[in-house]
Design a protein. Structure first.
Length: 237
């Protein structure tokens, strides 16, 4: 596979889970991939060595650092914003500062990164943000703040699609349901809550999400923009 040969790809949040699968996919298809990490330096360095990609430390909670990272990455053919955190629990108990930090990582960083990338992105460039199926459907309590951030991604994608469409730059969201990662392990507590609502009662695999991202970034998806692409085993059906 060499579908992305010669393409420059930046993945924000690529050290683990879905982001690591996205890095592997683009690298396997010949792209020059740079990815960011915050806490998982060892995992990031291992992945960089395995895939021939470049790992750089950038905290998505730091707006100016995110903007500088995108700017310093030069003209990008593809930007994928995957970095995200999920805080769950009784909203009456959650720390306000932690909620605000999640909003910076899950909402502010995708917006600023996408705008900065678009400044130098060539015609036909691609921006993909990883949202969540909870942006559409909040199936259980304790995730209001997280759902807020993923619903915000929808507005971001719709709006920027209109702003950058005249340059044939597409802006899309991929909305996974439960995916087997550190955030939501297949043997974790969410299993019993979510499987009852799913048509296909299993966690998705990171590779399945990476496949959809690669399709959106590829030539077949040039007319697809401002859209939410849900991949959730029928959770929201
Ligand atoms: P993981 O927790 O397994 O991995 C998160 C990734 O994001 C890591 O690479 C982590 O890097 C990076 N990251 C987190 N915070 C920051 C930060 N402040 N700065 C830079 N990078 C950061 O999560 P998933 O792979 O499961 O999730 C990836 C995306 O998919 C998220 O946006 C999440 O909301 C979304 N999603 C996940 C679902 C699931 O069931 N797993 C379902 C729906 C959506 P590091 O460790 O280096 O900090």
């Amino acid at each position: 596979m060499a579908g992305f040969q010669g393409k420059s790809v930046l993945v924000l949040g690529g050290s683990r889970g879905i982001g690591a699968a996205i890095v592997r996919r683009f690298a396997a298809e010949g792209a020059a991939v740079t990815f960011t990490y915050a806490g998982s330096r060892e995992a990031a360095e291992r992945l960089a060595a395995e895939t021939g990609s470049t790992a750089v430390a950038t905290d998505s909670a730091d707006r100016d650092a995110v903007i500088a990272r995108v700017r310093d990455s030069g003209p990008l053919d593809v930007l994928v914003v995957n970095a995200g955190v999920a805080m769950m629990g009784d909203p009456l108990e959650l720390e306000a500062d932690a909620v605000d930090r999640m909003i910076r990582i899950n909402v502010a960083a995708p917006y600023h990164a996408a705008v900065e990338a678009a400044r130098r992105m060539p015609e036909g460039g691609r921006i993909v943000v990883i949202g969540s199926n909870v942006g559409d459907h909040v199936g259980f309590p304790g995730i209001a703040a997280y759902a807020l951030t993923k619903s915000a991604v929808q507005g971001l994608v719709r709006g920027l699609a209109r702003d950058f469409g005249p340059r044939s730059i597409t802006v899309n969201a991929v909305q996974p349901g439960p995916v087997d990662t550190d955030m939501n392990p297949a043997d974790g507590p969410l299993k019993d809550i979510v499987y009852g609502q799913m048509a296909i009662k299993r966690h998705g695999q990171p590779d399945e999400i990476a496949g959809m991202v690669a399709w959106l970034a590829g030539p077949e998806a040039s007319f697809v923009t401002g859209a939410m692409h849900t991949i959730d085993g029928g959770f929201g059906a």
